[in-house]
Design a protein around this ligand. Structure first.
Ligand SMILES: C[S@@+](CC[C@H](N)C(=O)[O-])C[C@H]1O[C@@H](n2cnc3c(N)ncnc32)[C@H](O)[C@@H]1O
Length: 388
């Protein structure tokens, strides 16, 4: 006997194994070392002893044998694939003790001593949440968010998803060329963000999409992070939105072939997530609409999503794609939650909120964009996707 530790899984078999299945069992036990996996055959069950595994090798071995799709071996394969927590070593999934080296003894006590999220100490967020007044719900509101948001009560919004104007000269509607002194820009946006923090529920989330900045060397995402941290919001994390738009590599180089001032280019944007008061946002289980696959792939914080291709069609120069909003909304809110976008533009957040059975409020200063956003919502009624 060896002293390897295993994760054991039992699979009942009513009528024994067929000859092909029995041969497959032998092959698995021959082709994999006992240190990785071995399968024991007792009269009415198989016991899989699993330590680590080259899953692709097991899958191709099983598929190479002529057994039916409902064979117990496909069930075993599915169960192993479904194990969500494992390490990876030498190309194999490691199912036992994979986090041993990283285990911190007395983790809880140490966290307490260090004082988790020390920067939020002394916040005075009320834990009492309020209902959002019905007259604001499911509306596209045209106005300056700084003013409009003042009409909402404290603690009434579950999730804010937004991408502010960038201040680097995009030609938006309404004479505004989106180019102001940076101090004025930050003052204005932060006034709006302060209102957003006020209207967020305790446990609510603020999800902010920002581009890395170009020629002015202003690290907008860091400046905004500092703002939220100073305002005692918990920084939950950052998602890297990989847009794969490699065509940017053909634009200016800064200093060609010289360390003098090479110009850095980005194919991605950032999604920053802040929580008000608590990282946890409890909600009804039957209002969760994430599939296991979505959850597993979206918590890996690098999302590869193509940029929005319909900006010309909607007449807006800086939209994010629906898929981005869909992931944020499903991962960070429940069906029935109230979703707000204070810079709603052509209405991506609001249209996706509606498609996914959330209530929404979208505010934009441009009448033109508000009209586009409203038209998108109106056209949803007969959209087959929405009907699902
Ligand atoms: C980056 S765009 C948002 C685009 C949006 N995410 C979409 O997918 O269509 C920023 C928007 O902020 C709006 N905006 C700028 N200042 C505003 C303010 N004070 N109040 C409300 N909206 C404002 C602009 O009109 C612009 O549509």
């Amino acid at each position: 006997m060896n002293d390897i530790k295993y994760k054991d899984m039992e699979f009942h078999i009513d009528e024994g194994l067929t000859l092909e299945e029995y041969n497959l069992l032998q092959k698995i036990n021959e082709q994999f070392t006992n240190d990785d996996i071995y399968i024991e055959y007792l009269h009415d069950k198989l016991i899989v002893h699993l330590n680590k595994l080259d899953l692709e090798k097991l899958e191709s071995l099983i598929r190479s044998i002529n057994i039916p799709n409902d064979s117990i071996f496909y069930n075993i394969l599915k169960k192993i694939k479904g194990i969500g927590s494992y390490g990876i070593k030498g190309g194999k999934r490691v199912f036992v003790d994979y986090d041993k080296e990283r285990k911190v003894l007395d983790r809880k006590a140490k966290e307490k001593k260090r004082n988790k999220q020390f920067y939020t100490v002394g916040h005075n967020f009320s834990t009492k949440n309020n209902k959002c007044p019905e007259e604001f719900l499911d509306r596209i509101i045209c106005g300056d968010s700084e003013q409009v948001l003042k009409e909402l009560p404290d603690n009434c919004i579950d999730l804010i998803l937004t991408s502010p104007p960038y201040n680097f000269g995009l030609e938006y509607d309404n004479d505004d060329d989106d180019s102001h002194y940076w101090e004025n820009y930050f003052r204005k946006i932060e006034n709006i963000f302060s209102e957003c923090i006020r209207v967020l529920k305790y446990g609510g989330r603020f999800v902010l999409n920002v581009q890395p900045l170009f020629s002015d060397y202003i690290p907008t995402h860091h400046m905004f992070s500092n703002f939220f941290i100073k305002n005692k919001m918990i920084w939950k994390g950052e998602i890297l939105w990989e847009k794969n738009n490699y065509n940017c590599k053909y634009t200016s180089w800064g200093s060609w072939m010289s360390p003098s001032s090479p110009y850095l280019k980005y194919t991605w944007e950032f999604i920053e997530i802040y929580c008000k008061g608590d990282l946890r946002k409890p909600g009804p289980k039957d209002k969760i609409d994430l599939t296991p696959e979505e959850f597993k792939s979206w918590v890996v914080a690098k999302w590869s999503i193509a940029p929005e291709r319909r900006m010309k069609e909607y007449g807006h120069p800086a939209m994010f794609p629906e898929e981005l909003a869909r992931r944020v909304i499903k991962l960070f809110s429940y069906q029935g939650d109230v979703i707000l976008d204070p810079f709603n533009g052509a209405g991506t957040t609001t249209v996706v909120a509606k498609k996914n059975k959330r209530r929404y409020i979208g505010i934009d200063i441009s009448e033109e964009y508000c009209k586009v956003a409203q038209d998108r919502i109106n056209s949803l009624e007969d959209d087959e996707y929405y009907a699902q």
